[in-house]
Design a protein around this ligand. Structure first.
Ligand SMILES: Nc1ncnc2c1ncn2[C@@H]1O[C@H](COP(=O)(O)OP(=O)(O)OP(=O)(O)O)[C@@H](O)[C@H]1O
Ligand SMILES: Nc1nc2c(c(=O)[nH]1)N=C(CO)CN2
Length: 182
């Protein structure tokens, strides 16, 4: 039996971003660490995009991607694993929306609407950010019954190309081996 084939497992979408160090290698390591967790399976990953910084502009360009996960964890437990993964990969918290080795945001989780000091679901800013929506639209299936596909595509249409976002390379998970940027 593969992991998470039980009915309690649910699907989640996360956004990944990096703009310090070897960005691509760090994103790949984040995918490996999450998939290596006994209660998480990476199902799909988007293409990689190079994006102009949004919010705080005086910082390097980001690489952004999104992944679909299957997990038996609660949303809070999944967020905890994600925050630990950021720390393992050298994330430091300095400037809000500032440069980071890696940033993992929990965008959406099947059937979960939450607003606590630690976790808001769906992610409150996900529909305002092309650097989230473009990768997300790569991996949400058109036949998705939850309405996420329509929401993400409609929000992206409204963004109307306002953010600088460029295709970098096709999905790095699970097939391709990662190449250093240096
Ligand atoms: N859906 C969510 N995904 C990730 N973190 C969340 C979420 N909802 C609330 N948080 C909280 O936000 C805190 C700060 O997260 P983080 O440093 O990644 O924010 P940011 O990436 O700088 O800004 P933004 O939240 O706008 O993406 C986390 O420690 C977490 O407790
Ligand atoms: N292009 C881009 N800009 C950002 C990003 C990001 O991942 N990509 N993350 C931020 C903090 O959530 C702030 N600004």
């Amino acid at each position: 039996m593969t992991k998470h084939s039980t009915s309690e497992a649910s699907e989640a979408y996360i956004a990944l971003g990096a703009n310090l160090g070897d960005r691509e290698s760090t994103l790949m390591k984040a995918a490996e660490l999450l998939d290596g967790h006994p209660d998480i399976q990476v199902l799909r990953s988007s293409n990689l995009y190079e994006t102009d910084p949004v919010g705080y502009e005086d910082q390097p360009n980001f690489l952004n991607m999104a992944m679909a996960l299957r997990t038996s964890l609660t949303p809070e437990a999944l967020l905890k694993v994600m925050l630990e993964t950021e720390l393992t990969l050298g994330r430091e918290r300095n400037i809000r929306w500032g440069p980071r080795t890696v940033d993992l945001d929990l965008l959406w989780m099947e059937g979960q609407v939450l607003d606590t000091p630690l976790l808001t679901l769906p992610h409150p800013r996900m529909l305002e950010r092309s650097f989230v929506l473009v990768p997300l639209c790569d991996i949400v299936p058109e036949e998705d019954p939850t309405g996420l596909y329509e929401k993400a595509h409609a929000a992206l249409d409204l963004m109307n190309g306002k953010e600088g976002i460029r295709f970098w390379k096709s999905g790095i998970w699970p097939n391709a081996s990662v190449h250093s940027e240096n």
